[in-house]
Design a protein around this ligand. Sequence first.
Ligand SMILES: [Zn+2]
Length: 112
Amino acid sequence: MRCVLCRDRAGWWRRTCADCRRLLAVWQAHRGAGMRVLLTQFAASGVASEKVARFLDAEPRAESGSIRDQIAADMTNQLLHALGQSERQTGAEVKRLRRRGAWRGFDRRPDE
Ligand SMILES: [Zn+2]
């Protein structure tokens, strides 16, 4: 079977490959950490950076937003919470905003 995230070979009866399972575990362990911290942890996991990039762009469920979008939503929610707001941002909303061009990835340098 193919990994649902990176599309590499995942092995028998596996939806995700060993690398993506490792990255998912890192993400869960550091959920709520900033993108910079997460990227450092992903790099430290030993998974090739090219594969980390594919993992971040993968969409675990249809229209759920990519993993990158979900990390951005987590960060936004923390900010909203800190500001005493009760609204919640979802990965799907980040994806919608990003498609409209109204969203810049936290880990990407804005183009001047
Ligand atoms: Zn994978």
